[in-house]
Design a protein around this ligand. Sequence first.
Ligand code: SF4
Ligand code: SF4
Length: 104
Amino acid sequence: MGSASSQTKPRGRTRRPKLWPRPPGALRGAAFYEACIGCGDCAEICPTKAIELDFAACPVVRNDARCTQCGLCADVCSREAIRLTDLTRRRLAQLVARERGTPG
Ligand code: SF4
Ligand code: SF4
């Protein structure tokens, strides 16, 4: 007769559910891990503190609502693990403007 609590796994803060996205413009899959050195500069510069570092000291956005798509994390990444082209920046700006109901 096990109690409910005996079947509940504790959730460690370092465990990364697959659904947590990388910052906008981040490389995909293995390419990201190869490029990212875990310096944390992206998390430090993020003005809304949307970025946290995962178990491998790589950035994840745990709260999408906080990310304003500003692109500062891409600007600061010396390894280009996060890259935003001008076209992507313009599209992101339009998306944010549309969501806020302001001219893009
Ligand atoms: S700034 Fe770049 S290299 Fe440093 S943790 Fe962020 S993604 Fe990785
Ligand atoms: S795009 Fe801006 S708000 Fe979003 S994670 Fe990067 S630095 Fe933070």
